[in-house]
Design a protein around this ligand. Structure first.
Ligand SMILES: Cc1cc2nc3c(=O)[nH]c(=O)nc-3n(C[C@H](O)[C@H](O)[C@H](O)COP(=O)(O)OP(=O)(O)OC[C@H]3O[C@@H](n4cnc5c(N)ncnc54)[C@H](O)[C@@H]3O)c2cc1C
Length: 406
């Protein structure tokens, strides 16, 4: 039986552990987030099958100046973090060339194609299929010109297995009733989904791992290379799978890999005091870069892309801005708000890293899923588990090889 140590029990690590256990491996998962504060448990809950176009794109570069935080937008480039984000930004510009963008879109589309069935499968394994709500999602605009441009964009964009239509009369009426500002236009996606409860998801996956004989260990794992093999916490005879989100870089560097990942930090506020309808799927207020998600126990408003060191202090202006958005839109959500910050693990080409190290034979990795880590965790887990036990993954992992940064 293969013995495997997984570093990180975020969504990617737990799904991977489950798939490895299903293939008969003995699995130990080490994680240092006992309170469940990682990105996996505070995100917007959206299974974003429509996002096949990487954010590293010519269109994103054109729109970036207008999206800056100081101009009321969601993109924050803190001057003190210049040494972190400038090299990242330069690589992002290179990755936005039309040919790189097209290759990235094909690679992401191949992963996203299997994302929803992979979620159905993983939740079936965990015994909680009801955590997946397959009701699509809405995007809306407050002014007519933005609505026209936004709708035209989405109608022409690649959306993979998801489809989009202009919101019809009833849908528009429901959206209009949610806020006190006029709704100039909206679209509804079909074929996208939502996780109904992230804390419930974490608990169900952890239980499923334990029920199959997996071991969950609290602690910070260290990785060393000894005699050409990766060794985590003295477990010399184990294969290693690094799923440590934005912290994966430090671990992979031990094996000599270049890992130009950055923390794209996002913020949310949550409240249990709200009148949002139970059956409303996620709603994106596009002009405010705000996504509102109805979870089983709370309503959440999330936003921001702050390129920062993961451990830098949070910027309270971001939570204040979120509260202002909620107030100005007149959303039926009242304080006190619970405040949260988390790091999306992001590479400059907006593709994840999934594969086997070319430098150290027993070292494998699955991290860097940027805005799509929740969406892509089960499909990633299935592919990486197959690769680790010598099966043929059901999609090519070549575009996600870390050596692309060598
Ligand atoms: C505001 C926001 C909204 C988002 N919305 C969505 C969305 O709607 N849909 C979507 O698909 N994605 C979304 N994302 C992105 C998604 O949350 C991430 O891509 C995903 O959670 C990454 O998962 P992960 O398991 O790779 O990393 P993480 O969730 O960061 O988990 C890594 C785990 O490894 C542990 N760890 C790290 N180093 C060590 C070590 N040395 N030893 C032991 N443990 C270690 C960490 O403590 C953590 O528990 C959003 C992110 C943010 C911030």
């Amino acid at each position: 039986m293969s013995r495997i140590v997984v570093v990180g029990a975020g969504i990617v690590g737990l799904c991977s552990a489950l798939h490895l256990l299903e293939r008969g491996c003995a699995v130990t998962v080490i994680d240092n987030d006992p309170a469940g504060q990682a990105a996996s448990w505070g995100n917007a809950g959206h299974i974003a099958t429509e996002q096949v176009e990487p954010l590293a794109s010519p269109a994103m570069l054109r729109s970036a100046p207008g999206r800056l935080f100081m101009r009321g937008g969601a993109l924050a480039l803190p001057p003190r973090a210049l040494r972190s984000w400038l090299p990242f930004a330069l690589r992002l510009v290179a990755a936005s060339r039309p040919a790189s963008f097209a290759a990235g879109r094909d690679a992401l589309a191949a992963l996203l194609h299997h994302a929803l069935p992979a979620w159905e499968d993983v939740l079936q394994k965990a015994g909680t299929p009801d955590l997946l709500r397959q009701d699509g999602h809405f995007v809306l605009w407050q002014d007519a010109a933005a609505a026209e441009a936004g709708q035209a964009h989405w109608v022409n964009a690649a959306t993979g297995t998801a489809s989009v239509h202009p919101a019809h009369g009833d849908e528009l009426a429901r959206l209009t009733a949610l806020c006190s500002v006029p709704v100039a236009g909206a679209i509804r996606f079909d074929g996208t989904a939502q996780i109904a409860d992230l804390a419930g998801l974490r608990a169900a996956l952890r239980e499923a791992v334990i029920a199959r004989g997996g071991r969950l260990v609290d602690g910070t794992a260290t990785l060393q290379i000894r005699r050409g093999r990766a060794e985590v916490d003295g477990m010399a005879d184990h294969a290693v799978l690094v799923c440590a989100g934005v912290r994966s870089a430090a671990l992979m560097r031990q094996a000599g890999h270049r890992v130009p990942i950055i923390a794209e930090r996002g913020y949310h506020i949550r409240s249990t005091d709200h009148d949002w309808p139970d059956d409303m799927p996620p709603v994106v207020f596009e002009q405010r870069s705000l996504i509102v998600t109805r979870y089983r126990t709370a309503l959440q408003a999330a936003s921001f892309v702050e390129l920062q060191q993961p451990d830098a202090p949070a910027d309270p202006r971001k939570w204040a801005r979120l509260e202002r958005h909620v107030g100005e839109l007149g959303l039926p959500m009242r304080g006190p708000f619970r405040r949260w910050i988390g790091s999306r693990p992001t590479f400059p080409d907006y593709l994840p890293a999934i594969g086997r190290s070319t430098r150290v034979g027993n070292l494998h990795y699955a991290f860097g899923h940027q805005h799509l880590g929740l969406t892509l965790a089960p499909v990633t887990a299935r592919a990486v588990a197959a690769m680790m036990v010598g099966e043929q993954p059901d999609l090519s992992l070549a575009p996600f090889d870390l050596e692309r940064f060598a």
